[in-house]
Design a protein around this ligand. Structure first.
Ligand code: PEP
Ligand code: MG
Length: 330
């Protein structure tokens, strides 16, 4: 694939018929921000904070975390940043947190389930985030869109989890005197996709984690190399869950992003845009190819493609639709 020039990488991902798709990068520390921006990212759609805990032998203090979040906001200079609270468990284990051993960690005390059981982890993280918002962000509209800082909760399965997390976050925000920060949730468990309309009532935005959504929908461990070819995020069952998520969000006018691996695949990105996703966040090196493909596409055609895709019988049939799309764009 030919090198995409810097000037072209900086152009927005606007389709030929004028629909812009927001493009974020998945970036975990301030040092990686310049490269992501150079690739054409418009902000950070996913900062995985587990890395703050994994890269060191102990738990980072509230002040350490504050320095990193403030550093991200400074490096992004007003561009949007979505920080995900700690998603430990499953494939991400941290020995120094002394978590109980589980038979099936992917189905265990992971993400929001752990945060709700461990205020010693959740509260310092939220305090650090709200302090960063207070010190580095002006007042933000509670839309979840284009606000400089948003907070996102991982592995949500139910409405009561969101209500409880929001209650804790609101109390900490009031104590710190921070501006409103949009609070979103990851949609990565089929139950959350199916109940998207109910969840949308209680949060500001969604980001679909297609890596986990695929694993849980297809019952394929995401680390199982033997089954990797079958763990395709373009499986029609996964597309139907994404479609349900977009419909639930639209009912409450909520913003929907995708931050799983399929967002960085040019054809996957086209399908997601056609399904009604507003923002795609990916590995920085995938940004130029995705933007170029979306710029060559027509949103009307992508919507038709998406509705055709989730009617297919299997992932191979979905992928076969790519040749027709490419031919149509020429
Ligand atoms: C996902 O599940 O798609 C996701 C983006 O989160 P992670 O890969 O960190 O689990
Ligand atoms: Mg995930």
């Amino acid at each position: 694939q030919a090198e995409i020039e810097a000037q072209e990488r900086a152009l927005p991902a606007r389709t030929r018929d004028g629909h812009a798709v927001a493009i974020g990068a998945n970036v975990n520390n301030p040092e990686q921000v310049p490269f992501a921006l150079d690739q054409g990212a418009e902000g950070v759609g996913l900062m995985r904070t587990e890395f703050l805990f994994l890269e060191r032998g102990d738990t980072p203090s509230e002040d350490d975390q504050y320095a990193t979040y403030a550093g991200m906001l400074k490096a992004l200079d007003g561009r949007p940043l979505i920080v995900r609270t700690l998603d430990i468990g499953g494939d991400k284990q941290v020995s120094h947190l002394q978590l109980p051993k589980e038979e099936n960690p992917f189905l265990g005390v992971r993400g929001a389930r752990l945060l709700l059981r461990r205020p010693d982890l959740l509260e310092p993280q939220l305090r650090a985030l709200y302090r960063a918002a207070r010190d580095h962000v002006g007042a933000a509209a509670p839309t979840g869109q284009h606000a400089p800082l948003s907070i996102m909760m991982p592995m949500i399965t139910s409405v009561p989890e969101v209500l409880r997390l929001r209650e804790i976050a609101d109390a900490i925000r009031a104590e710190i005197g921070a501006p409103y920060v949009p609070l979103g949730i990851m949609i990565e468990v089929p139950a959350a996709a199916i109940q998207a309309d109910a969840l949308a009532r209680h949060c500001d935005f969604f980001s679909i984690g297609t890596n986990d959504l695929t694993q849980y929908a297809l019952a394929i461990d995401r680390q199982n190399t033997e089954l990797a070819p079958e763990a395709d995020s373009l499986h029609p069952a996964v597309l139907r869950l994404i479609h349900m998520t977009c419909e639930g969000a639209a009912r409450h006018k909520r913003f929907v992003g995708v931050c799983g691996g399929i967002a960085g695949d040019p054809f996957g990105a086209c399908l997601l845009a056609g399904l009604g996703v507003h923002e795609l966040s990916m590995t920085p090196r995938d940004v130029p190819g995705v933007k170029a493909r979306l710029r060559g596409a027509d949103m009307g055609a992508l919507r038709a493609l998406a509705s055709q895709a989730y009617e297919q019988e299997d992932a191979a049939a979905v992928r076969a639709l790519e040749s027709a799309l490419v031919a149509g764009a020429d």
